[in-house]
Design a protein around this ligand. Structure first.
Ligand SMILES: *[C@@H]1O[C@H](CO)[C@@H](O)[C@H](O)[C@H]1NC(C)=O
Ligand SMILES: *[C@@H]1O[C@H](CO)[C@@H](O)[C@H](O)[C@H]1NC(C)=O
Length: 322
C-alpha cells in the first residue's frame, strides 16, 4: 500500500469541481442516525410489510389446485421396468385414464396446465435452436442456420425449424364429469404479444416432423403459425427445469366432491431422461396462481424490521439509563 500512497496526484486547478470530486470534497448529505429515528423507521416498515404479506399470503391460499403426476401411472404394469420401450413402441395404445377428486369448490375459469420436471428448456444449444425471422416471415427468411440440427429435412427447409419446435409437447387431455364432457377453451392461451408480432399470420407449417426421428407433436399445415397457440406457448421457453405451461381453460365451476375422469394420451417421451409429467388444474386469485413465496417474504422482512426495532429500543433504553 505504501507505493500507491507515495504516488503524486496531478492537480490541474485546485478549485475545479473535478478536483473537488477527486479529493472527495464535494458537499454531501450525511444523515444523523438518531436512535429514535432508526427505531421509528424500522417500526413503520414492519407495519407496512406485515399486512401486505398477510394479504398476499391469503390471496395465494384461496387458490385451489389439483396436481396429478401421471407419467409412471400411465405405463402398463408389464413395462414398469422399461418405460422407454413402451413410449417408443408406436403400436401400443397410449391412452390412459386418471380420476381426480375436487376437494374444494373451484371457481371458473379453471386453468389447465401441464407441468414438466427435470426438463431443461434453458439448455444453451436448445434455447438457440430456433429462427425468429422464419417464425415471422416464413420461407422468405433464408438464414436459418441457428436452427441446426432441425433446419432441413430431405433437402427441404422445415418450418418452424429448430429443436424447440421439433420437441413440441404432445400429450392431450379430455375431462369428463359424470357423463358429460367438460369443454375446454384452448383459445387465447398464448401471450398476445407473441401471437400478434412474433409468429407470422401467413406462415404455414411445412415439412414439419417429417423426418425419421419424431421429436414431439405435429402441426396442422393449414393453420398459420400465429394461430398455433400450443406451439407459441411451447416456444416461450422456460427458465427453470420445472415449469408449467398453459393447456386450456375450463369455463365452468367445479363443485367440492366432484369426480373428474381425465382421458389422456400419454405420448410425450420424458422417460428417457427421467422427467416427470404432471397435470395441474388451478383457479386463480388477483395475484395469479398459487405462490406463497411473495407473502412469506413480505412477512419475514416486516417481522425482522419489527424485531430489530424492538431490539434497538431495548438497547437504547439500557444505554440511556447510565
Ligand atoms: C436470401 O433471400 C434474399 C432475399 O430475401 C436474397 O436476396 C438472397 O439471395 C437469398 N440468399 C440465398 C442464399 O438464397
Ligand atoms: C409425441 O412425441 C413423441 C416424442 O416425445 C413421439 O415419439 C410421438 O410419436 C409423438 N406422438 C404423436 C401422436 O404426435
Amino acid at each position: 500500500m505504501a507505493s500507491s500512497a507515495d504516488r503524486t496526484i496531478p492537480i490541474d486547478s485546485p478549485s475545479s469541481a473535478l478536483n473537488k470530486f477527486k479529493q472527495q470534497n464535494l458537499p454531501a448529505c450525511k444523515p444523523v442516525l438518531r436512535p429514535s429515528c432508526v427505531i421509528t423507521s424500522f417500526l413503520v416498515l414492519g407495519f407496512i410489510f406485515v399486512p401486505i404479506g398477510l394479504t398476499t399470503l391469503c390471496a395465494s391460499r384461496t387458490v385451489v389446485e389439483i396436481v396429478d403426476r401421471y407419467d409412471s401411472g400411465c405405463v402398463p404394469g408389464a413395462f414398469r421396468s422399461n418405460k422407454v420401450s413402451f413410449i417408443k413402441d408406436t403400436s401400443l395404445p397410449k391412452n390412459c385414464s386418471r380420476v381426480l377428486k375436487v376437494r374444494k369448490h373451484m371457481k371458473a375459469p379453471i386453468y389447465i396446465y401441464y407441468q414438466l420436471d427435470n426438463y431443461y428448456q434453458n439448455h444453451r444449444r436448445y434455447v438457440k435452436s430456433r429462427s425468429d425471422q422464419q417464425l415471422l416471415h416464413g420461407l422468405e427468411s433464408n438464414n436459418t442456420s441457428s436452427c441446426e440440427p432441425e433446419e432441413f429435412n430431405n433437402g427441404l427447409p422445415v418450418v418452424p425449424c429448430g429443436l424447440i419446435a421439433w420437441s413440441l409437447f404432445n400429450d392431450t387431455y379430455t375431462f369428463i364429469r359424470g357423463t358429460k364432457e367438460l369443454s375446454i377453451n384452448r383459445k387465447n392461451i398464448a401471450w398476445e404479444s407473441d401471437h400478434d408480432s412474433k409468429f407470422g399470420k401467413h406462415v404455414y407449417p411445412l415439412n414439419f416432423q417429417n423426418g425419421t426421428l419424431i421429436g414431439g407433436g405435429k402441426l396442422d399445415p393449414h393453420i398459420p403459425l400465429s394461430d398455433q397457440e400450443d406451439l407459441i406457448v411451447w416456444m416461450r421457453t422456460a427458465a427453470l427445469p420445472s415449469f408449467r405451461k398453459l393447456y386450456g381453460r375450463i369455463e365452468e365451476d367445479l363443485e367440492a366432491d366432484d369426480v373428474i375422469v381425465v382421458h389422456l394420451m400419454n405420448n410425450y417421451n420424458t422417460y428417457s431422461f427421467g422427467g416427470k409429467k404432471k397435470l395441474v388444474l388451478s383457479t386463480s386469485s388477483w395475484l395469479g396462481g398459487r405462490n406463497d413465496f411473495l407473502g412469506v417474504a413480505y412477512i419475514f422482512v416486516g417481522g425482522s424490521c419489527i424485531i430489530l426495532s424492538i431490539v434497538f429500543l431495548l438497547l437504547h433504553m439500557k444505554n440511556s439509563r447510565y
